[in-house]
Design a binder for this molecule. Structure first.
Ligand code: AMP
Length: 190
């Protein structure tokens, strides 16, 4: 299975990604997690990414694309992978298309979690309390939602037109959402 999971900030992508990855025995590749690991290790990539992340802005496509390209070249992606948080711009979609084409692979399904905006802000503020993420302050959350609406929401139509979009109601208990995703993916696989 080669999958993408999308949704606005706070939709529960990371949580659901872990369950999906476990179920299909594939690595969950979160660009946000890779950036955060680089930030905490103080790498050059981390220093560059942090400026954007703290402001709720996207890290430049070139930096992100190169990072994903090398990650997708690793052996553990042979049985498949789940991309969490990538692609996030139309340019990244095209870059991913060519990365996959070069290695003779393609995406099976794009899972989109749909959520209620107000509920999402509450979730993110809760996460700020629990995990202390620097980009979970209310101002930055608003910026991230706006950036998602402007840059990433248009990708939903791109994948819908390709016929691989799987829209999932992301509201409710975590395990309910997980079941919805599994049911939908089982149907998709046919
Ligand atoms: P996330 O954990 O997916 O919410 O990502 C946290 C932050 O990392 C985002 O707000 C961006 O600053 C950066 N980031 C993660 N993925 C991408 C991407 N595909 N393109 C650009 N920036 C990204």
């Amino acid at each position: 299975m080669r999958l993408i999971i999308m949704g606005p900030p706070g939709a529960g992508k990371g949580t659901q990604a872990a369950f999906i990855a476990e179920r299909f025995g594939i690595p969950a590749i979160s660009t946000g997690d890779i950036f955060r690991a680089n930030v905490s290790q103080g790498t050059e990539l981390g220093v560059e990414a942090k400026r954007y992340m703290d402001a709720g802005q996207y890290v430049p496509d070139e930096v992100t694309n190169n990072m994903v390209r090398s990650r997708l070249a690793e052996d553990d992606t042979a049985p498949g992978f789940l991309l969490d948080g990538y692609p996030r711009t139309v340019a990244q979609v095209h870059e991913l298309d060519s990365m996959l084409e070069e290695s003779g692979r393609s995406i099976d399904a794009v899972v989109v979690l749909t959520v209620d905006q107000d509920e999402v802000v509450q979730r993110l503020l809760q996460r700020a309390l629990e995990q202390g993420r620097a980009d979970d302050t209310e101002d930055v959350i608003r910026t991230r939602q706006q950036v998602y609406a402007d840059e990433t929401a248009p990708l939903i139509n791109v994948y819908r037109e390709r016929g691989c979009l799987v829209e999932i109601d992301g509201m409710g208990q975590v395990d309910e959402v997980t079941s919805r995703i599994f049911d939908a993916l089982d149907t998709t696989k046919g």
